[in-house]
Design a protein around this ligand. Structure first.
Ligand SMILES: *Cc1c(COP(=O)(O)O)cnc(C)c1O
Length: 417
């Protein structure tokens, strides 16, 4: 049978087929990306996308919600179980939306946020001036220590005492070390601030108990389901029971309309997958692979921000190599290796150029690659970055990339495109 999509819209069909091929034939090292299971993919393409379900299970504004209620109740129960949380909201359309709902629930416009500086590893939704968060709330930022390139709790404490934030936000997008939630909690208590952890990146490691647990220390925890969690694109909020009502009412009707029920069904599946024993093995391998990437780059003469990694990502400082992050990203893209340019702490370059790249292991670990492949990939990266414009070297690297992708297939038989 001809695909309905191909019949209706050959252009979009072609874009999707080409994207499948791109994912199959490139080495994905973007630390925030992953490959979902076929079960998750199936739910995302399901008829639950048709359903309006404003409200919450058992209390909807529309009829016919009995089956979407089943899916959402499963997602909520599993989120609570996986993270040991008192309350979970699985409706946020993205991580940014999860953060927005928390701010709406806990702050008034004009209240101060204390969070990590964007160019030291933080996120746009933590008070960046061009983001809604920075427009609605004055933000004060902590950075990292110039020597260790790690969070400096003396600085966090001093800023908290000086600015008396209503909320302290911990969690990062580009930080390769453990986030010590208990130390943030001490400071939050000292100044009477709420504490929010945004574990968008490390949620999978937290679920597998390979990273310290934020839940006991925080009033609220936000996460994405699509990074190390390996689920559909979306957000979740975990909260203490006392904040449950406020959080729920700020997600809906506060800032969203109808929830994406097909995505919520897929979140339930990803959370079930996170309870299976092989999820722990997977998360352990993510960390082993990240350490192998760190070692592999270090052995080839690259300086790593903070000198290494405790999680799934490595930040590589290219300032010694004469390449900008942007140039390196372009060179690597030309040999089918996908990374992103990234500012390093105290970067002298603008964000559009940047002095570093961020590389992460979750996606390739989902393809079942292990430490030897990580070392080979470091070799390919190094060859690409040092070959300058030597087309022969790039062509050779590209063949090795293709061989590696073929040896670790993705969405092989079961995906019809
Ligand atoms: C990725 C990320 C988010 C959310 O991202 P969305 O793209 O909105 O889903 C939020 N916070 C941090 C720290 C992140 O890394």
């Amino acid at each position: 049978m001809l695909s309905p999509l191909l019949q209706v819209d050959p252009e979009v069909f072609d874009a999707i087929s080409s994207e499948v091929r791109r994912q199959q034939t490139t080495l994905e090292l973007i630390a925030s990306e992953n490959f979902v299971s076929l079960a998750v993919l199936e739910a995302l393409g399901s008829v639950m996308t048709n359903k309006y379900a404003e409200g919450y299970p058992g209390a909807r504004y529309y009829g016919g919600c009995e089956w979407v209620d089943v899916a959402e109740r499963l997602a909520i129960a599993r989120a609570k179980e996986v993270f040991g949380a008192e309350h979970a909201n699985v409706q946020p359309h993205s991580g940014t939306q999860a953060n927005m709902a928390v701010y709406f629930a806990m702050l008034e416009p004009g209240d101060t946020i204390l969070s990590m500086k964007l160019d030291m590893g933080g996120h746009l939704s933590h008070g960046y001036k061009k983001n809604f968060s920075g427009r609605a709330y004055p933000a004060v930022f902590y950075g990292v220590n110039r020597e260790t390139e790690q969070i400096e709790f003396d600085e966090v404490r001093a800023l908290a005492k000086e600015h008396r934030p209503k909320i302290i936000v911990c969690g990062a997008s580009a930080y390769s070390r453990i986030i010590h939630f208990s130390r943030f909690a001490e400071i939050a208590r000292e100044v009477g601030a709420y504490l929010m952890a945004d574990i968008a990146h490390v949620a999978g490691l937290v679920a597998a108990k390979l990273h310290p647990d934020p839940v006991p220390h925080c009033d609220v925890v936000t996460a994405t389901t699509h990074k190390t969690m390996r689920g559909p694109r979306g957000g979740i909020i975990l909260a203490r029971q006392e904040f449950a009502k406020k959080v729920d009412s700020q997600v809906f009707p506060g800032m969203q309309g109808g929830p994406l029920m097909h995505v919520i069904a897929a979140k339930a599946i990803a959370l079930k997958e996170a309870m299976a024993p092989d999820f722990l093995t997977y998360q352990e391998q993510i960390m082993k692979n990240a350490r192998a990437l760190a070692l592999g780059m270090e052995n080839r003469g690259y300086r790593l921000v903070t000198g290494g990694t405790d999680n799934h990502m490595v930040l590589v400082d290219l300032s010694g190599s004469g390449l900008t992050g942007r140039r390196a990203t372009e060179l690597l893209e030309s040999v089918d290796i996908t990374v992103n340019k990234n500012l390093i702490p105290f970067d002298q370059k603008p964000p559009s150029e940047a002095s570093g790249i961020r590389i992460g292991s979750p996606a390739l670990t989902s393809r079942r690659m292990r430490e030897p492949e990580m070392d080979l990939i470091c070799d390919l990266i190094h060859k690409t970055l040092t070959a300058d414009k030597d087309q022969a070297v790039h062509a050779k690297v590209k063949i090795q990339v293709r061989d590696l992708c073929e040896a670790y297939p993705l969405y092989q038989r079961s995906y019809h495109m």
